[in-house]
Design a protein around this ligand. Structure first.
Ligand code: FAD
Length: 323
């Protein structure tokens, strides 16, 4: 019995969400009196993998195969499922990121496991019960899902669980599984990152704007605010539909679902379809000139006023703080 996690990396560096997954899995392992094994796929240096020892991971299985250089959901799922069998893992934890969303159900099918996607908190584990809390109905409610299968797959929402240090000894084992060509039908060939911008899916802080901004020519101040905060930029659906911003920035029910620590919504009304993708953000700040805008109902902090006056003032203040 063990807890297996999948470690996501980008540019040979382990992602922050993977440390969240390690911390979460380590707490589960403690409750189950077992240990955490990590699966690392790709060209990640041993020194980088060793950093997992600070977060309760006692073994890392490193798969460095040329065929798996680029993300391929079937092939990665097969490898992780194989390692899960090899390690006799009964709990498998991934991040509920874009790749985690592709992997978790495939792994669950391969292992005949029960699955909870988008977990928000540690499972309640007592006697024979294993219950995981997640959001339901586009974040309007919580669901408590009981996993009664022998093997359980959980994908953890980014920013839902804090990174907790727990130092252990870590051993790294190299593993070179056979990769079947039929598992390589869909492979990501290239990831083009626009300049050095923060990735929206992983961002801690997101500055988002809507139709209240009037036109694409007014996004300079949104970009500037995002740069000063080290934030990613996002937008509402009509904004991307109109071509003011790329579709990759569209958040909501039909766009990307995100849960940053801080979501700043500027000139966005807060329609339910928009809230569906952002309401699990830890802190929500809304800037809107209409005091009746529905977004204020879910905001932690609200500023009623004209974005064209308020945003430049925030920028000025941040610049003076940095000077
Ligand atoms: P608006 O509703 O036009 O709101 C603009 C806001 O800006 C208003 O509240 C206004 O008071 C404020 N404002 C105007 N001027 C200023 C100013 N100078 N300063 C400050 N505030 C100002 N939407 C999404 O975002 N994501 C989705 O995934 C999504 N999926 C959908 C799926 C379906 C099936 C459907 C039917 C709709 C979906 N929508 C989605 C659309 C959604 O219903 C709303 O129409 C949309 O979110 C509104 O975008 P908005 O808030 O930018 O624009």
């Amino acid at each position: 019995m063990s807890v297996l996690i999948y470690i996501e990396s980008a540019n040979n560096k382990i992602k922050k969400s993977a440390y969240e997954v390690a911390s979460y899995a380590s707490a589960i392992a403690e409750k189950l009196s077992t240990s955490v094994t990590a699966t690392v796929i790709g060209d990640v240096e041993n020194s980088e993998i060793m950093s997992l020892a600070k977060y309760g991971v006692s073994k890392a299985v490193h798969v460095n195969n040329d065929k798996l250089k680029n993300f391929a959901n079937q092939a990665y799922a097969s490898v992780i499922a194989e390692i899960a069998k090899k390690e006799q893992a009964n709990v498998i934890v991934l991040s509920n990121s874009l790749s985690g969303k592709a992997l978790a159900p495939r792994i669950a099918i391969k292992l005949n496991a029960g699955i909870v996607d988008g977990a928000l908190a540690l499972p309640e584990i007592n006697a024979d019960k294993f219950i995981v809390r997640k959001t339901a109905f586009s974040s309007k409610a919580f669901a408590y899902v009981e996993l009664s299968s022998a093997i359980k797959v959980i994908s953890l929402n980014p920013n839902a669980y804090e990174i907790v240090k727990k130092a252990v000894d870590l051993t790294i084992e190299a593993y070179n599984p056979e990769v079947r060509d039929r598992d390589l039908k869909a492979v990501i060939k290239e990831i083009s990152q626009v300049s050095n911008k923060v990735s929206l899916a992983d961002a801690d802080i997101v500055v988002s704007a809507g139709r209240g901004l009037k036109g694409p020519e007014n996004w300079g101040m949104i970009e500037e605010l995002a740069n000063l905060l080290g934030a990613a930029t996002a937008c509402s659906k009509p904004v991307s539909d109109a071509g003011w911003r790329p579709h990759s920035e569209h958040v909501g029910q039909t766009g990307l679902a995100i849960s940053p620590n801080l979501y700043i919504a500027i000139g966005i009304s807060g329609a339910i379809q928009h809230l569906a993708g952002v309401s699990s953000s830890k802190t929500i700040v809304v800037i809107n000139k209409d005091p009746e805008a529905p977004f204020f109902k879910v905001a932690d902090y609200g500023i009623i006023g004209d974005a064209f006056e308020i945003v430049p003032k925030i920028i000025q203040e941040l610049k003076s703080l940095k000077a």
